[in-house]
Ligand binder design. Structure first.
Ligand code: XMP
Length: 530
């Protein structure tokens, strides 16, 4: 990162936990900036980041397992307060002379915890707390160097504190909503222990981001891929604020957009923003390559590669270009297995393209493009979650038309058509999807929904229309609530609304005789079906 003054920050060291990103959110919700780095980030780098505090995340391993993630014990000598959560606590205790063993019975779910010391980390909390546990191992012996802070029936050391070093550990997960007052515990860590000042706001992030881009890019020329979604628009506007006319946006229609989407995006963009825009209609080229392909990852790869090709050709018309701006968000980085660069250099443990988190889907806006184009990368949103990008969009005074747009995946309708992608099937899905959008907008419920869309299934079933037997396709409705897309729940919509959507689709969309409603949360489902 540049030598520009960094905001006060908390560093989360990630040991492969499902919840690392939640920890980061909780910290930022408390007005302290936070970044997640891999557990094996070199000590020198950690010191250079100058965090006010460090949080060791949980992780799936057992501390004694061969190859279990470890870290340099010298981290405890940096004088920076550290909070270890679950695996992070066990590792800290082990490195500082305690012992970890398998628990008699695995603690999982809600557990009652007795607080033994209601100061510091637990200041202002009641003597008994319901906490969320998920562990097989536990700290079984603490050397004389530690003090117990909390216990449960089966775990004598549910929370500990080192007597001399600023190390605290909690066996439970304060970051999940199931732990009552978990946010208060995190707040105590931030304010009482790390002495954070809590100055971080979206407005300050905006100023810092613009300054950082200006410093990084200087008088270089930047090209930005625009999808019409909020991420790429916020990226473009931030960069324009920083470097003005040195930015050009390229909008590629891959033929997989929603009904009238390309026209609409260009209209809103030209009306509201004075940024140079190149539009490329590459529908034919994408659909030709996708012909006959049914495997979801293959579809994503093809679309990713084609996009690179088209984008490359378009950017070559611009003469010299130095930087590529991408609206990569934090969940894209996490769910693609952490394969993103950090300030131009690969993160230590993701040089192999893998972070500690498992790959769920290859989100096509991560990786690929920069290597092919040999541009340097600017990704001003890569530590933000979607709701934070919306707040940043508001701080940038973008119109609601952008801010309220539903997230739409890079591979577009290709991952909402299960099976083969043909112009006919695209047309069916577009019409059904337009009905869903119209009805949700009309109901006024759109604001509380994360996404609402249709999926075309490769399933035909028997129906009856008039006196005729039909044998046609099925549309699934995916309508979910979420704050960041990392977890989601299906929306409990009024039956009348669902009825209206269903009868309009079966009545208006030729080729569909059945509509089903997806009632799967994420996890275990993902939001998109592919
Ligand atoms: P999943 O399906 O992984 O989706 O639960 C989480 C959120 O990410 C969006 N999504 C994508 N966005 N490129 C994107 O820019 C992609 O390849 C991609 N795949 C999924 C999805 O719409 C949801 O909001």
């Amino acid at each position: 990162m540049s030598d520009l003054k960094r905001p006060e920050m908390i560093l989360v060291l990630d040991f492969g936990a499902q919840y690392s990103q939640l920890i980061a959110r909780r910290v930022r919700e408390n007005n302290v900036y936070c970044e997640i780095w891999p557990f094996n980030t070199p000590l020198g780098k950690i010191a250079a980041l100058r965090p006010k505090g460090i949080i060791f995340s949980g992780g799936p391993a057992s501390v004694y397992a061969p190859g279990a993630p470890r870290l340099d014990k010298k981290i405890f000598e940096l004088g920076i307060p550290i909070l270890g959560i679950c695996y992070g606590m066990q590792l800290g205790a082990l490195l500082l002379g305690g012992r970890v063993s398998p628990a008699r019975s695995r603690e999982y779910g809600h557990t009652q915890c007795r607080i033994l010391n209601r100061t510091g980390l637990f200041a202002g909390l009641p003597p008994h707390l319901t906490v969320w546990m998920s562990h097989g191992d536990q700290v079984s012996k603490i050397s004389g160097h530690f003090k117990p802070l909390a216990r449960t029936e089966t775990s004598p050391y549910s929370a500990i504190k080192h007597r001399k070093l600023p190390f605290y550990g909690v066996q439970f997960h304060p970051e999940v909503a199931h732990t009552h007052q978990g946010s208060k515990i995190i707040r105590n860590f931030l304010y009482t222990i790390c002495k954070c000042s809590g100055q971080w706001r979206m407005k300050s992030y905006l100023t810092e981001a613009v300054n950082r881009i200006r410093q990084e890019v200087g008088s270089g020329k930047v090209v930005c891929g625009l999808s019409g979604g909020i991420d790429s628009v916020v990226t473009a506007v931030l960069i324009q604020r920083a470097i003005g006319r040195h930015l050009t946006c390229i909008f590629v229609d891959n033929g997989l957009l929603r009904q009238d989407e390309a026209k609409e995006v260009i209209r809103i963009f030209r009306k509201n923003l004075s940024i140079k825009l190149i539009f490329v209609d590459a529908t034919e080229r994408f659909l030709k390559k996708l012909k006959g392909v049914i495997d979801p990852e293959k579809k994503r790869k093809i679309i990713g590669h084609k996009f690179i090709e088209v984008f490359k050709a378009a950017s070559q018309q611009l003469g010299r270009v130095d930087y590529l701006a991408q609206g990569t968000l934090y969940p894209d980085v996490i769910e693609s297995g952490g394969a993103a660069s950090f300030e131009g250099e690969p993160r230590p443990d993701v040089a192999s393209g893998r972070g500690p988190t498992a790959r769920i889907k290859s989100h096509h806006n991560v990786g690929g493009l920069p290597a092919q184009l040999k541009f340097k990368l600017v990704e001003p949103l890569k530590y933000l979650f979607k709701d934070e990008v919306r707040r940043l969009g508001r701080a940038l005074e973008l119109p609601d038309e952008f801010i309220k747009r539903q997230p739409f995946p890079g591979p577009g309708l290709a991952v909402r058509i299960l099976g083969k992608i043909t112009p006919e099937r695209l047309a069916i899905l577009r019409r059904a999807d337009a009905v869903v959008r119209e009805e949700i907008t009309r109901s006024g419920l759109g604001d509380r929904l994360w996404q609402y869309f249709a999926i075309l299934l490769p399933v035909s079933s028997v129906g009856v229309m008039g006196d005729e037997r039909t044998y046609e396709n099925t549309i699934a409705l995916r309508i979910v609530e979420s704050t960041d897309g990392m977890t989601a729940d299906w929306a409990r919509l009024p039956a009348d609304l669902l009825q209206k959507i269903s009868s309009r689709i079966t009545g208006e969309v030729k080729g569909i005789n059945r509509v089903v409603f997806d009632i799967t949360s994420k996890p275990p489902g993902t939001i998109e079906w592919e």
